[in-house]
Design a protein around this ligand. Structure first.
Ligand SMILES: [Zn+2]
Length: 169
């Protein structure tokens, strides 16, 4: 079976920004609630934040992170862990209603060598999948995966959240 490689040219900006030693964008977003729409923040809860990935592997790629700037699971409290996993569930609900994925990948990367773009601030990746796309980290060879603008999707997810009272923690 032919395996197609990821062609996600928008990710180069992200990769370049990492080498420039940019600050933690999760903390930046947390500290600037007035820019939530611009920063693609979907939800804020007591201990966590849910953000649409600006450099997605697939349409609807969400990042779910604790408020605390901590690097890995060892530092995550039980309360945070519970809320983070509930948010994975609630995010799946919202995405299912919005864009009807056929499946999901849920993933965590620890350390730069393991592919973590932001190793300093723990986050869970939630990536919607559809029949016919290829493996996680190696999605289709065309840009149609990002056919829906991020802003449009954020708005759609917000309306769905309101209608269905999500996240239900
Ligand atoms: Zn941070």
């Amino acid at each position: 079976m032919e395996r197609k490689n990821l062609w996600a040219p928008w990710r180069i900006k992200y990769i370049q920004s990492l080498s420039e030693g940019s600050d933690c964008f999760i903390c930046h977003n947390l500290e600037n609630p007035q820019d939530d729409d611009k920063n693609l923040v979907l939800w804020r809860t007591d201990k966590s934040i849910v953000i649409l990935n600006r450099f997605p592997y697939n349409n609807g790629h969400l990042l779910i992170a604790p408020v605390r700037h901590i690097p890995d699971l060892e530092k995550v409290t039980n309360e945070e862990l519970l809320e983070l996993m509930k948010l994975v569930r609630e995010s799946q609900k919202a995405l299912s209603l919005a864009i009807k994925p056929h499946g999901f990948n849920v993933g965590m990367n620890f350390g730069r060598c393991a592919g973590a773009g932001l190793p300093e601030h723990f986050h869970i990746h939630l990536v919607p999948r559809w029949d016919g796309d290829t493996n996680f980290m190696s999605v289709c060879s065309d840009t149609d995966v990002i056919s829906q603008s991020l802003t449009e999707l954020l708005e759609q997810l917000k309306q769905i959240s309101k209608k269905h009272n999500l996240p239900d923690l």
